[in-house]
Write a protein that binds this ligand. Sequence first.
Ligand SMILES: Nc1ncnc2c1ncn2[C@@H]1O[C@H](COP(=O)(O)OP(=O)(O)OP(=O)(O)O)[C@@H](O)[C@H]1O
Length: 244
Amino acid sequence: MVDVHKSFGDAHIIRGVSLELRQGERHAVIGPNGAGKSTLFHLVSGQFAPSSGQIFLGDRPIHGLQAREINRLGLARSFQITNIFPGLTVFENLRFGVMRRFGLQYNFWRPVSRLREVTRETEHLLEQIRLAKHSNNLAGEMSYSEQRSLEIGMTLASDPKVLLLDEPMAGMSREETEYTIGLIRDLTKERSLMLVEHDMDVVFSISDRISVLVYGQIVATGTPDEIRNNAQVQEAYLGAEVKA
Ligand SMILES: Nc1ncnc2c1ncn2[C@@H]1O[C@H](COP(=O)(O)OP(=O)(O)OP(=O)(O)O)[C@@H](O)[C@H]1O
């Protein structure tokens, strides 16, 4: 994205952000509460249109497009609030996600082979998110972190090239967090990931690069080591926390 701004009335929330998500990288955006991280996500995924500036997916401009169109072009995001159907089984949830993808592309109802393809794809996703043994359980009856895994699976159902995860570890225990780090590493091997996460251990262990957003501006972008050792970042945001 290039020189992106977003204002709500008089409030200038995103103030000239330029940021590159490289192909295949895991890139976290960190910053204090209210810095504009969620707003940035909304801009990239099309929930908000920028007030000015440009956003590209590959070479293609996507600023101003509807969220649905951006999703079709290969970008998917998760939400802080879990976005699954608790009364359906895990399999049914994922199948719904997969069908939505096929439905976007063509009328999949006709050939029976399409249904087989949907089933195959759903089973593959189940394996990937490590929930195969919960296939027939109701989504709402699984543990919190399993529900979050399912949520990530739903996001992957559209087979995106770019994945945006907003606080995937929120509310998780240490153990669940460790587990989810491994899962996210696996799932993003062939994709680019943009991550917003408050848990600094997660951010520093999972990211190839980190950008620090303060009051709507990027004050630094770099590898975890570069960010850890950046005096300006320590002063602006991280404090003593990462000096150790
Ligand atoms: N639709 C909106 N209308 C007006 N102001 C908004 C809107 N959305 C966000 N804001 C304001 O933009 C600022 C940045 O919010 P945002 O949620 O993007 O920050 P954040 O960095 O994600 O914070 P947190 O870490 O607490 O989730 C806040 O001051 C918020 O009140």
